[in-house]
Design a protein around this ligand. Structure first.
Ligand code: SAM
Ligand code: SF4
Length: 332
């Protein structure tokens, strides 16, 4: 479906839990509490929303969190989404800690690919950044996904401690696409110094002076790629801050609590869980709202969220950012 600026919205990101098994300092450090199971969408509700979304033009779904693999039944949820006619691809963003355990069943459930978040290859730094010593499990999880034939990409968020060369070398060795992501001023991210992708690229150029622009399309996201010399692979840059790509934005995001967000920057969203809660209340009172009516309400709500999509974010001006949710609730 087209929004009011002519962008075709085909991509739905779903945060299926705000819980996580890591405690990344810029996302969900110790002390951040979760919203509780009774406040998050059930699998049936998520399937219903995807069905409504598909009939409005959604073709790609990404599952995220919190950490999606900590939600019990995550694989069944994915299998259910995969079975919805019109869902062309379903992918997941994960920290990779539980990937070795789930790689085979994710593949069997029909997952099309994984983005694994990996900010450092240094064991001490990982523990300090993520609050847990799980780097070995993450690396092992990436291997397991590869063994299963699941396409993997690595995402690293820029921080001043980032060692881009080490990540490039690892990605080359593993033959995995790597993308650097500018830290966005959302949630705890506001407290971190902004490191622009331009600076990361400059650092890479010192090591690889013959880097070239890569015009090949990689996936359906906003990353811009460069080719390392001698066929040594590509590196992507997702530059939400200095390289605004809002005119190409094709996505809406749903929080674990069922708030459908038109844009990362703004708190305004459309509450989908209310629709199901209303339905349930009416059932209890014996005045059942027909399932068709629920579906109609979902169409209207999703349409409203798409039409509410602003022309662009305003991350450059902190006073205009109205989103106060954490990234662990939104899903990145
Ligand atoms: N737990 C999963 C993971 O870490 O991949 C999925 C959820 S996590 C919120 C999704 C992505 O958002 C991760 O790659 C994480 O690094 C990124 N992220 C979190 N806070 C961010 C911020 N302020 N700016 C940019 N990316 C952020
Ligand atoms: Fe958890 Fe992902 Fe947030 Fe890290 S970035 S705390 S792994 S949700």
């Amino acid at each position: 479906m087209l929004d009011q600026y002519g962008r075709n919205i085909t991509y739905l990101r779903i945060s299926i839990t705000d819980r996580c098994n890591l405690r990344c300092k810029y996302c969900m450090p110790d002390g951040v509490t979760d919203v509780g199971m009774k406040n998050i969408l059930t699998f049936e509700e998520i399937w219903e929303i995807v069905r409504a979304g598909v009939s409005l033009g959604i073709t790609h779904v990404r599952i995220t969190g919190g950490e999606p693999l900590v939600r019990k039944g995550c694989v069944d949820l994915i299998r259910g989404i995969r079975a919805i006619p019109g869902v062309e691809t379903i992918t997941m963003t994960t920290n990779g800690v539980l990937l070795r355990t789930y790689a085979a069943s994710l593949k069997e459930a029909g997952l099309d690919g994984l983005n694994v978040s990996l900010d450092t290859l240094d064991f001490e730094e990982f523990a300090s950044l993520a609050g847990r010593q799980n780097l070995k499990e993450v690396l092992d999880g990436i291997q397991a996904a590869k063994e299963m034939g699941l396409p993997v990409k690595i995402n690293a968020v820029n921080r001043k401690e980032l060692n881009p060369i080490s990540l490039v070398l690892y990605a080359q060795q593993e033959k995995i696409p790597l993308r650097f992501i500018e830290m966005m001023p959302i949630g705890l991210g506001k407290k971190f110094e902004t490191i622009y992708n331009e600076d990361i690229l400059e650092e890479l150029k010192k090591q690889y002076p013959d880097i070239q622009e890569d015009r090949q399309i990689h996936g359906n996201g906003p990353a811009v790629y460069v080719k390392l010399p001698g066929g040594q692979g590509s590196v992507g840059f997702i530059s939400a801050l200095h390289g605004k790509f809002c005119q190409y934005c094709n996505r809406i995001r749903m929080t674990a609590q069922g708030c459908l967000k038109p844009c990362l920057c703004y708190g305004k969203g459309v509450e989908l869980k209310d629709i199901f809660d209303r339905h349930e209340k009416q059932q209890r009172c014996g005045t059942t709202m027909a399932d068709q009516e629920t579906l109609e309400c979902l169409y209207q709500a999703i349409t409203e969220a798409i039409q509410l999509k602003p022309k662009s974010h305003r991350f450059e001006n902190l006073s205009e950012i109205t989103e106060d949710k954490k990234m662990s609730q939104i899903g990145g």
